[in-house]
Structure formats: C-alpha cells, structure tokens
Write a protein that binds this ligand. Sequence first.
Ligand code: CTP
Length: 420
Amino acid sequence: SQAVRADILDLLARGSADTRELLRLAGETAAEEGLSVYAVGGFVRDLLLLTPTRDLDLVVEGNGPRFAGVLAAKLGSGELTLHTRFGTANILFPDGRHVDIASMRREYYEYPGALPEVEKSTLRDDLFRRDFTVNAMAIALNPECFGELVDYYGGMRDLLQGEIRLLHNLSFIEDPTRILRALRFAGRYGFKPAKETAGALRTALDSGVLENVSRERFTEELLLVYREAEYRAIGRALVEYGVLSRWFAREYPWNFSGEDGDGSPLQRWLHTLSCLSGQEAEEVLQRLRLPRPFAAYTRTYFRLRGELAQVPPNLPDLDRILNRVPLWLVKLLAREESGEGAAGGGKVLAEYAEALEKMKLSVNGRVLLAAGLREGKTIGAVLARIRSAWLAGEIKSPRDEETLMRRLLAQTERKGQNLV
Ligand code: CTP
C-alpha cells in the first residue's frame, strides 16, 4: 500500500546515502534495460526492523549477469564477478560491502512481450523458494514503483508479531540447515518460532533429517551462531529443541550462560565448552569440521586446564606453563578457573592474568645483544629476571624496566657475564 511505501522511503532516507544511491541506480538501470529489479531477503527484513542492513540481494527478471555488467559500469567502483551458468553476479565494493544479483527463473519471461502478470508470478516463485516469511519480502526498485513492498506470504505481519515462520511445512525436511537458521534468526531478533514452525521443527528433528546434513554444512551453520551477539540465547534454544543432542548423539553440558558476550567467535566457542571434560570436547571435535585454529585452540585449552590443575598456584609456575599462551586465552582460563568451585589456584591465576595485562615488556633478546651481552644463557636469565619483576609488580613501567635492565647489565659486567 501507499502507506507502507512511504514508510520504506522514510526508512531508506534515514539509512546510508550510498545504499540509497545504489538502489536508485539499480532501478534506473533496470528500467533502461526493460527489466524489473527488486531488493529481496535479509536486506528488506533488516530495513523494516530498523537494524543496520549489510549486504544487498537483488533479483532481476531477466538476465542478471547482463544487468550486473551495466550496473557495475555505471557505478564505476566495485569489482564484478559473473556466474553466467547460474544467472548470478556479484559486485564487491572497496569497503567490503557487496551486492548479489540473481535472475528469476527464465522459462516464463523469455516470450516476447511477456505480461506483467507472468512476471509477477516468477517473483512470487522466487520468494517462495526461501526459508521464512520474514526473509521472503521484496522491495521494487524500478523508478515508477520504487519503494513498493512485495509481501505475498505475510512477512510484515510476522515481523510485527516477532515470529519466524516457514513458508511451507516440508521446508525443514528439504533443507535441514534451516532448523539452525530458524533458531538463529529467532535469537538474533528476540523472536519466537511460530507455533506450526516449532512443530515442524520438532517433527523434522524426530524424523532424523539432521543426519542428512554434512559435517561441513552443520559446522558452518553452527559457527554462524557464534558470530551473533545473542549466541547464548541461540545456543540455549539449540539445546532446548534438542538440535545439539541430535547432532552429537548425546547431551553435553554446554555453557550458554555467563557474561562473556564480547569475545571473538573462537573465545565464545571455548567458553561454551568450559563445562565439558577434555574427553567430551574431543568427541565434539570429531563430529565437526572446524577450521584449524578452532580445533587447535580447543585442544590447547583443555590441555592447559589439565596442566593448571597440577601446578602449584604461584606466579613463576603459572608463567612456566602460560608464557607462550596468548593473553586472551589466559584471561579466558582465569575467568573460568576463578569461578565457583575452582581450585585454590584460581585466584592466583586471576592475579597472573592481571599482571600479564599490565606487563609492557619492551626488552627482548635483540635489545640485550645491542646492549653488549653475548648470545647465550645470560640473555635468557636477564629476560627471565625482568619478566618475573613485571609479574611480581616490582616494576610497573617501561622506565622501571629500563632501570632494572641497566642494573642487571652492570651486574653481569662485574660478574663477567655470569648473572646466575
Ligand atoms: N535461504 C534459504 N535457505 C537457506 C539459506 C538461505 O531459503 N538454507 C534464503 C533466505 O531467504 C535468505 C537468503 O536465502 O534471506 C539469503 O541467505 P543468507 O545470506 O544466509 O541470509 P540473510 O537473511 O541475508 O542472513 P544474514 O542476515 O545472516 O546475512
């Protein structure tokens, strides 16, 4: 309706000028080429939710790659990639944003003078192939109808009600990764799966379709969860619906609580494993195809936890185990080990992490060589001494460090390079 169109124009006016210009240009280009073009999917959803929009998906009735070529030429900037076989194209801008361009199915509109009715039914089909009603809306971009919302499936109603709803009940069976997507979108926007959708989700899980998903695809979907600010709410839903216990074929004590929301996906991942045993974590790894750093850090994390449980709680011993471990991981370990039920070492570990954070070690082997020390044991001893002075709080600034270094150098001279 006209009211919705006015709202959309208003929303676009508040958004980025670059995006507005891009949409306008896309519509203008389509009109010149005798085509129709629409913004679709996540862009429309996020625009209507007042969430910052990221990438733009366009569908064109007609030859998408050709349209993309003309549009890219007009835009000037942006790198064009064509997938002619699939009727898709992509324009990547220098700032990292990108536009995906797809063609609607060809069969219908290749007749000369195809009727607008036919054209509409292809957009309807294109949108019907999508996952949820909130993802199946389009905004017309051609100048004569710029800003008109196309909403065949009640996407707007569901946005307002806060519901994630399938377009048809076999959707989870056809594409079981949508099970994770449903809960990810629900968690991201604070929505709920609609009643029938929750039912279809349970039915699909019970029927065992999740097992048809490859490890790669499942892992990919699971990692997308860890990119979400609301990953803990999503994780709890994955547990409650039994998605994780289905996939991993048993219940694990996933930790989707705590205040650790700001970390990187990798930090969040380790946090969610913090209540598992090393053995359980290893089982989890076997069921996934995690990127190498994820798998490697998972193993490191559990190895360190094992070692920390053995070591006497004092700074030098902790430092012996942790001095090559990245600070973020030490902090993660400290946070977890100093929680309730942690062994006596937890407090010292927290102190250690704090000291490490304050440490501004600027002396290294090269500096000492330049200062006249010969290569060998002495350099190691001087460095160790400076490091432990930082840890113990004996030195607190690069100036203190410099003073200590000079003192140690003078000492080694007196003792003939024989500090220890
Ligand atoms: N889609 C689908 N089924 C899938 C994956 C995607 O139907 N298994 C459809 C959705 O309608 C979605 C569109 O393809 O809107 C683009 O997918 P994607 O980029 O993953 O979705 P966005 O909605 O843009 O998600 P995000 O905000 O996470 O980027």
